[in-house]
Design a protein around this ligand. Structure first.
Ligand SMILES: *Cc1c(COP(=O)(O)O)cnc(C)c1O
Length: 367
């Protein structure tokens, strides 16, 4: 059966490969991994993921609830700014609540029992290629920067969370920065039970030195006597999904332009935010070059320039790679375009369409 485009296709076999690396890191290092739901919260594959990961972490009340209800295991709850009603609800789902500031901790610490309390720390350095996503940027509001104030709050805390990496695929810089954390916060960590090193580590990437990474984590855990957590988002789901589209028109304006039945802003928004080109799985090396563009009214709705073996015709399928992390969670109804369905290729090879969107989803998104 041919599925009508556009649709996101998640491949469980590819996902399993990432999950097995995550499990390997836990076996070798003792570090637990909780899925960062802000990156990926398409819960139709959580039954597979939860066999290899230790739970979820969240950025909001709704994510915490989703983690608790659809993933289970450990539920970490973090938010840059909780309201009182958020906190009263979040304690029904979370076993750890991580506050972003001392003032949030002071305001709500009596409301969160029996959950364990953590605080996010801003160590003042980071590994990030984009200012927009740099947690140590000037005037950053993300985490507590004042170590003295942090030390005063130790009696209320069981752990700390550091999230200071973004797309870091380099073990060397990770190790150096982890050493800095040990030097600066080691005295504090020795008095705590756990530390989360956040996300932003590309340890599932092809060729990443997983064993050396695991050893670094194990040594850190042993030196400070803490349970280490990782919060993988992108590295859990990287390379596991495609956005499958069809060509609806081919036009020419100095170059050949193929227009597909999806669009960058509503369906792969991060390409616009970070000014990136979409990726294609098959290395295209043909002689026919096209700009592949979306069908929204936005002039710059361009997926990228690609080479194709054959001339493109209306109805031809074009598949963009890496369509899961920070992609499906950000889809929106801009231009009222057909929302891509969600399909999963299960481990046994069968493809299941798990969700289709209709006019009524568009209608009910607003009122
Ligand atoms: C975004 C985020 C993550 C996940 O980051 P990835 O780059 O997707 O691995 C983990 N923890 C926190 C606190 C985050 O903000």
């Amino acid at each position: 059966m041919k599925i009508a485009t556009p649709y996101y296709l998640i491949d469980e076999k590819k996902l399993l490969r990432n999950m097995q690396i995550i499990e390997q890191v836990r076996l070798l290092s003792g570090a637990k991994s909780v899925l960062a739901l802000k990156c990926f919260s398409t819960w139709c594959v959580f039954d597979l993921m939860k066999q290899y990961m230790d739970g979820t972490t969240s950025s909001s009340l709704f994510e915490a609830r989703l983690g608790f209800e659809k993933f289970g295991k450990e539920t970490h709850a973090y938010c840059v700014g909780y309201s009182e009603s958020d906190i009263r609800a979040v304690v029904g789902y979370a076993d750890k609540v991580i506050f972003n500031s001392i003032s949030q901790l002071e305001r709500y610490c009596d409301l969160v029992k029996p959950a364990k309390l953590g605080l996010r720390v801003n160590p003042g350095f980071s590994h990030s290629g984009f200012d927009l996503a740099d947690p140590a940027r000037k005037y950053s509001r993300l985490g507590v920067a004042d170590k003295q104030m942090l030390a005063q709050k130790l009696p209320q805390l069981s752990g700390l969370m550091f999230h200071y990496n973004c797309e870091n695929d380099d073990l060397e810089t990770f190790s150096q920065q982890l050493d800095r954390i040990g030097e600066c916060y080691g005295d504090i960590l020795r008095q705590l039970e756990w530390v989360s090193l956040g996300g932003g580590l590309y340890f599932t990437k092809e060729g990443y030195p997983v064993e050396a990474f695991s050893k670094k984590l194990a040594d850190f855990a042993a030196e400070f006597g803490v349970q280490v957590y990782l919060e993988p988002g992108e590295s859990a789901i990287s390379g596991c999904a495609e956005l499958v589209t069809s060509v609806v028109d081919v036009v020419h304006n100095e170059i050949d332009i193929a227009i597909v039945d999806a669009s960058v802003e509503p369906h792969m928004l991060d390409l616009l935010i970070y000014r990136l080109s979409a990726k294609m799985e098959s290395t295209n090396c043909g002689e026919h070059q096209y700009m592949v563009a979306g069908r929204s009214c936005l002039a710059g709705d361009v997926f990228g320039n690609f080479q194709f073996k054959d001339k493109l015709a209306i109805g031809d399928e074009i598949r963009f790679a890496d369509a899961a992390g920070y992609t499906m969670v950000k889809k929106n109804w801009f231009n009222g375009l057909q929302m891509p369905a969600i399909a999963v290729r299960r481990l046994d090879g069968t493809v299941e369409v798990v969700r289709q969107f209709t006019y009524s989803d568009f209608l009910n998104n607003l009122s």
